[in-house]
Design a protein around this ligand. Structure first.
Ligand SMILES: *[C@@H]1O[C@H](CO)[C@@H](O)[C@H](O)[C@H]1NC(C)=O
Ligand SMILES: *[C@@H]1O[C@H](CO)[C@@H](O)[C@H](O)[C@H]1NC(C)=O
Length: 335
């Protein structure tokens, strides 16, 4: 099942691009992954994030939604939360039943069926927010909810039209969905933003270290600058030669650490022998403005330190040996 979230991120790249650009607005995203291996078995898993912090999880085995943060209930009262949870329980049950009905009704569809759903909202200010609702079938984006109705995605299979017609004809579902997206979601996210403020605005400093290896290019070295443990996500990393930026620096994607901080590496291909004087420099909001961390390649490298230490030990041993044998000889001379 591990590939499902990956598939989902691939299916909804625009959601990610958007969240990257609007990081400061902390979009709230819920992902639903529903698997129907055959007509008698169904599972639905749910996950939710505010910005890049995971706030909720809803496993198929549980009737209740788990809080992953102390502030996951936002500013909703217990009663409001109970009510929302009950609506979502009914939704989960109806969703499973409706999909099974559609599969019976549509001869083109066969089990196993995988459905993924990405929905949520992005709150900009007190009364400005946007919401989204996208559905994928077998890993392909097929429909979305736009304003007041479901719309077919470009390139979706023709039977999607029938599904949309049925959904758009269901007045109760349409009203509930609009209420959840336009009213409840922004209200809930407002509360989450307040309750989770300290954690959402946390600043974690990056650690920077270097390593090097052989480059695929003959006669070249690959210098790797590891930047880890920082939060929030945006970070500036560049290899430099003195003041000169090395524009051939290659940045990796951001990778998540287990402690909700980020990791990234910046590599530079250099001709062997030309690596002296190169430094990797990092700037991040946690460093307070002008501060910048630089690590120079070659200086104080662990290998150099080890060789120096071994040399010192050897020289000491040599001196000790000479002094000792001399002393022994002089004692013998006395005796
Ligand atoms: C349906 O799929 C589940 C899970 O893969 C399996 O355990 C079960 O035996 C299947 N049932 C039928 C009727 O094929
Ligand atoms: C998922 O939950 C539903 C409803 O509680 C249940 O009927 C179903 O058997 C569960 N699926 C699995 C695979 O446990």
């Amino acid at each position: 099942m591990w590939y499902l979230p990956c598939l989902l991120f691939w299916v909804f790249p625009w959601v990610w691009v958007q969240s990257e650009a609007q990081q400061k607005n902390f979009p709230f995203r819920c992902l639903q992954i529903s698997s129907f291996p055959n007509s008698s078995c169904a599972t639905t898993e749910g996950l939710a994030w505010l910005g890049d912090l995971q706030t909720h999880r809803w496993s198929n085995a549980s009737d209740t939604i788990d809080f992953l943060k102390p502030w996951s209930q936002g500013k909703f009262s217990d009663q409001q939360w109970e009510q929302l949870q009950r609506i979502l329980q009914v939704y989960r049950f109806s969703f499973t039943r409706d999909v099974q009905e559609f599969v019976k009704m549509l001869p083109n569809i066969q089990y196993p069926v995988e459905i993924q759903l990405s929905t949520g909202c992005d709150v900009y200010s007190e009364n400005a927010s946007e919401n989204f609702f996208y559905v994928a079938f077998q890993g392909e984006y097929i429909l979305s909810f736009q304003g007041t109705s479901f719309q077919k995605a470009p390139g979706a299979p023709p039977w999607t039209e029938l599904v949309i017609k049925v959904l758009n004809g269901d007045q109760g579902t349409m009203e509930t969905l609009q209420w959840l997206l336009n009213d409840i979601c922004p209200k809930f996210v407002h509360g989450l933003l307040q309750a989770g403020k300290a954690e959402l605005e946390k600043q974690e400093k990056p650690e920077v270290w270097l390593s090097s290896g052989l480059s695929p290019k003959h006669g070249h070295l690959q210098l790797v600058c590891h930047v880890s443990g920082f939060y929030p996500k945006p970070v500036w990393v560049m290899w430099r030669q003195g003041e000169q930026k090395q524009n051939s620096t290659q940045r990796s994607d951001y990778l998540p650490n287990a402690d909700e901080t980020w990791y990234l590496q910046a590599t530079l291909d250099v001709e062997a022998g030309k690596e002296t004087g190169l430094a990797c420099c990092v700037n991040h909001s946690s460093l307070g403005g002008q501060d910048i961390i630089c690590r120079s390649h070659g200086k104080h490298s662990p290998v150099g330190v080890i060789i120096a230490a071994v040399l010192v030990v050897l020289i000491c041993a040599g001196i000790c040996y000479v002094v000792y044998t001399k002393k022994r000889r002089s004692y013998r001379d006395i005796l």
